[in-house]
Write a protein that binds this ligand. Structure first.
Ligand SMILES: [Zn+2]
Length: 143
Protein backbone atom coordinates (compact mmCIF):
# COMPACT_ATOMS: atom_id res chain seq x y z
CA UNK A 1 0.00 0.00 0.00
CA UNK A 2 1.48 3.29 -1.06
CA UNK A 3 -0.81 6.20 -0.11
CA UNK A 4 1.24 8.50 -2.31
CA UNK A 5 0.45 6.64 -5.53
CA UNK A 6 -3.10 5.59 -4.66
CA UNK A 7 -4.06 8.73 -2.69
CA UNK A 8 -6.54 6.54 -0.86
CA UNK A 9 -6.26 4.99 2.56
CA UNK A 10 -8.69 3.91 5.23
CA UNK A 11 -7.04 3.16 8.58
CA UNK A 12 -7.29 -0.24 10.21
CA UNK A 13 -7.14 1.06 13.76
CA UNK A 14 -9.05 4.36 13.71
CA UNK A 15 -12.68 5.23 13.13
CA UNK A 16 -13.58 8.54 11.53
CA UNK A 17 -14.85 10.00 14.83
CA UNK A 18 -11.39 9.43 16.30
CA UNK A 19 -9.86 11.64 13.62
CA UNK A 20 -12.45 14.32 12.87
CA UNK A 21 -14.85 16.49 14.88
CA UNK A 22 -18.53 15.60 15.18
CA UNK A 23 -19.59 18.90 13.58
CA UNK A 24 -17.86 17.97 10.31
CA UNK A 25 -19.11 14.38 10.40
CA UNK A 26 -22.67 15.60 11.00
CA UNK A 27 -22.36 17.90 8.01
CA UNK A 28 -20.47 15.70 5.54
CA UNK A 29 -20.72 12.12 6.81
CA UNK A 30 -18.24 9.68 5.28
CA UNK A 31 -17.10 12.37 2.86
CA UNK A 32 -14.96 13.68 5.71
CA UNK A 33 -12.47 10.95 4.81
CA UNK A 34 -11.77 13.00 1.69
CA UNK A 35 -10.35 15.77 3.85
CA UNK A 36 -7.80 13.59 5.62
CA UNK A 37 -4.48 13.11 3.85
CA UNK A 38 -3.87 9.47 2.95
CA UNK A 39 -0.27 9.75 4.21
CA UNK A 40 -1.23 10.87 7.70
CA UNK A 41 -3.89 8.12 7.90
CA UNK A 42 -1.33 5.51 6.81
CA UNK A 43 1.13 6.89 9.35
CA UNK A 44 -1.37 6.61 12.21
CA UNK A 45 -1.69 2.88 11.52
CA UNK A 46 2.07 2.54 11.03
CA UNK A 47 2.74 4.13 14.43
CA UNK A 48 0.16 1.83 16.02
CA UNK A 49 1.98 -1.18 14.59
CA UNK A 50 5.52 0.13 15.19
CA UNK A 51 4.96 0.66 18.92
CA UNK A 52 2.47 -2.22 19.14
CA UNK A 53 0.40 -0.20 21.63
CA UNK A 54 -3.01 1.45 21.48
CA UNK A 55 -2.76 4.92 19.93
CA UNK A 56 -5.28 7.64 20.73
CA UNK A 57 -6.17 10.69 18.68
CA UNK A 58 -9.60 12.13 19.59
CA UNK A 59 -11.27 10.87 22.73
CA UNK A 60 -14.33 11.70 24.80
CA UNK A 61 -14.35 15.43 25.36
CA UNK A 62 -11.54 16.19 22.90
CA UNK A 63 -12.26 16.05 19.21
CA UNK A 64 -9.85 18.58 17.71
CA UNK A 65 -6.68 16.47 17.73
CA UNK A 66 -7.05 15.38 14.12
CA UNK A 67 -8.88 17.23 11.39
CA UNK A 68 -10.15 20.65 12.49
CA UNK A 69 -12.86 22.76 10.86
CA UNK A 70 -11.75 25.64 8.63
CA UNK A 71 -11.00 28.72 10.72
CA UNK A 72 -10.61 26.86 14.00
CA UNK A 73 -6.89 27.56 14.32
CA UNK A 74 -7.11 30.99 12.72
CA UNK A 75 -9.05 32.12 15.79
CA UNK A 76 -5.93 31.28 17.79
CA UNK A 77 -3.61 33.11 15.40
CA UNK A 78 -2.38 30.00 13.58
CA UNK A 79 -2.80 30.35 9.84
CA UNK A 80 -2.62 27.43 7.43
CA UNK A 81 -2.65 24.89 10.26
CA UNK A 82 -1.94 21.36 9.02
CA UNK A 83 -4.85 20.21 11.22
CA UNK A 84 -7.26 22.27 9.13
CA UNK A 85 -5.85 20.63 6.03
CA UNK A 86 -6.18 17.07 7.31
CA UNK A 87 -2.42 16.66 7.33
CA UNK A 88 -1.78 16.53 11.09
CA UNK A 89 -2.65 14.37 14.05
CA UNK A 90 -2.04 14.77 17.77
CA UNK A 91 -1.50 11.32 19.19
CA UNK A 92 -0.82 9.51 22.45
CA UNK A 93 0.88 6.12 22.44
CA UNK A 94 -0.08 4.06 25.47
CA UNK A 95 2.76 3.48 27.95
CA UNK A 96 5.07 5.99 26.25
CA UNK A 97 5.50 9.67 26.99
CA UNK A 98 5.19 12.05 24.07
CA UNK A 99 8.90 12.79 24.38
CA UNK A 100 9.81 9.10 24.22
CA UNK A 101 7.77 8.70 21.04
CA UNK A 102 9.30 11.85 19.51
CA UNK A 103 12.82 10.65 20.25
CA UNK A 104 12.09 7.21 18.80
CA UNK A 105 10.91 8.82 15.56
CA UNK A 106 13.72 11.38 15.40
CA UNK A 107 16.34 8.68 16.09
CA UNK A 108 14.97 6.42 13.31
CA UNK A 109 14.55 8.78 10.35
CA UNK A 110 14.77 5.94 7.82
CA UNK A 111 12.16 3.74 9.50
CA UNK A 112 9.46 3.04 6.89
CA UNK A 113 6.69 3.68 9.44
CA UNK A 114 7.88 7.29 9.72
CA UNK A 115 8.48 7.94 6.02
CA UNK A 116 5.65 10.44 5.54
CA UNK A 117 6.25 12.43 8.73
CA UNK A 118 7.82 15.76 7.84
CA UNK A 119 7.16 17.92 10.91
CA UNK A 120 7.07 17.23 14.63
CA UNK A 121 6.07 19.65 17.36
CA UNK A 122 8.55 19.88 20.25
CA UNK A 123 7.93 20.22 23.97
CA UNK A 124 4.23 19.38 24.08
CA UNK A 125 2.56 16.59 26.02
CA UNK A 126 1.27 14.91 22.88
CA UNK A 127 2.83 13.73 19.65
CA UNK A 128 2.02 16.21 16.89
CA UNK A 129 3.05 14.87 13.51
CA UNK A 130 2.18 16.18 10.10
CA UNK A 131 2.92 15.61 6.46
CA UNK A 132 3.25 19.15 5.21
CA UNK A 133 5.28 19.46 2.03
CA UNK A 134 8.67 19.87 3.67
CA UNK A 135 11.94 18.10 3.01
CA UNK A 136 14.99 20.29 3.31
CA UNK A 137 18.21 19.37 5.08
CA UNK A 138 17.23 17.76 8.35
CA UNK A 139 14.91 14.81 7.99
CA UNK A 140 12.28 16.30 10.31
CA UNK A 141 11.28 19.90 10.81
CA UNK A 142 10.97 20.41 14.56
CA UNK A 143 8.99 23.39 15.72
ZN1 LIG B 1 -1.13 19.22 16.43
Amino acid sequence: MNPLTTNFYRPKYFKLAELAPSELIAKYGDMVWWFLDSRILWTADAIREYFNKPVTCNYQGEEMRGLRPPGYDVKNGVYMSPHEHGKALDLDVKDFTAEQVRQEIINHPSEPAFQYITRIEKAVDWLHIDCFNYQVGDRFFLF
